[in-house]
Write a protein that binds this ligand. Structure first.
Ligand code: GLC
Length: 302
């Protein structure tokens, strides 16, 4: 499946305590569909809404919140990428959390079995830490098998280790399956995209970094060309599931970087989803209920 142009409803169903928060309002789906996006990625923090002990039951109230988001997207003719986001336990202690991770997917897959095939699953956002490439390859194969019990043909998105970095793509073991898409996240140069980001130690030192020299462009071109070549070799569609520059960077550089990454991705046939809709990277300003025009134009070109 080609996911086309997408946007993340980040910090909604995945919000962390004390962090930014986006209420998942129906009118935001109107905005996204009317602007011309084809896909929304719905990050969801299932691990914060499921029991800690077997059978690790997911809170029905959380299922209802996710259901509302999925239904709103489908009603607007959008494709949906539903993931497992911010599951820190599986990254810190994979052996201990593996049964719970698989149980989450068993429940999610059963719950959405028979749903519209525009709903796609993404197994895990940004594997990292102790969940090294080798361990992740094993866990992802198991999770995919669990999903396939209830959803034999649903598109499933699998990402590289090391926080979905493009550099870790060669270490990704791709299971034999006809309905896979591979994903990476693109935040390079990190010192530009994450300047002054509160959750990155030392990021205040990067404040004022701009982007747009010919060397900057060459670096993006080279990175994305490698990603595209990897996908071509394996006949796998590639989805850049997150890319974006934090609001502390200057808008001229943010828009330039966003437009360049987006057009380069499209030239190479890669689908993408901007991080994110309406909080700290926001392409949309919920206060004024308007798009930030430079970012909207960078993403959609019109
Ligand atoms: C990842 C994190 C999210 C963060 C984003 C940009 O998706 O899970 O919390 O805002 O990357 O750094």
């Amino acid at each position: 499946m080609n996911l086309g142009r997408g946007i993340n409803f980040g910090n909604a169903l995945d919000a962390l305590d004390g962090g930014p928060r986006l209420p998942l309002e129906h009118r935001y789906f109107d905005e996204v569909a009317a602007a011309g996006f084809a896909t929304v990625r719905l990050p969801a923090r299932w691990s914060a809404h499921a029991a800690a002990t077997p059978p690790y039951t997911i809170d029905p109230a959380f299922f209802r919140r996710v259901d509302a988001g999925v239904a709103a997207a489908l009603d607007h003719g959008l494709r949906v990428v539903l993931n497992v986001h911010h599951y820190d336990g599986i990254c810190a202690a994979p052996d201990e959390h593996r049964p719970r991770f698989l149980a989450l997917w068993r429940q999610i897959a059963a719950h959405y079995a028979g749903h519209d095939n525009r709903l796609c699953f993404e197994l895990l956002n940004e594997p990292r830490g102790e969940l090294t490439a080798d361990r992740w390859n094993a866990v992802l194969a198991e999770a995919l098998a669990v999903v396939r019990e209830a959803c034999p043909e649903r598109t499933v998105i699998i990402g590289s280790a090391e926080m979905n970095s493009p550099a870790a793509l060669p270490a990704l073991a791709v299971p034999d399956d006809d309905h896979l898409v591979a994903t990476v996240h693109y935040y390079a140069p990190f010192e530009f995209t994450h300047q002054n980001a509160g959750w990155v130690a030392g990021a205040e030192r990067w404040l004022g970094r701009t982007w747009g020299s010919p060397a900057d462009e060459d670096a993006v071109r080279a990175d994305l060309a490698k990603v595209a070549a990897w996908g071509r070799d394996r006949r796998l569609p590639i989805f850049i599931g997150e890319f974006g520059a934090f609001s502390a960077a200057d808008m001229v550089s943010r828009a330039r970087w966003t437009a360049f990454v987006r057009t380069e991705a499209e030239r190479l046939g890669l689908s993408w989803a901007y991080w994110e809709f309406g909080t700290d990277f926001g392409a949309f300003d919920p206060e004024s209920a308007t798009w930030r025009e430079p970012l909207r134009r960078a993403l959609l070109g019109v």
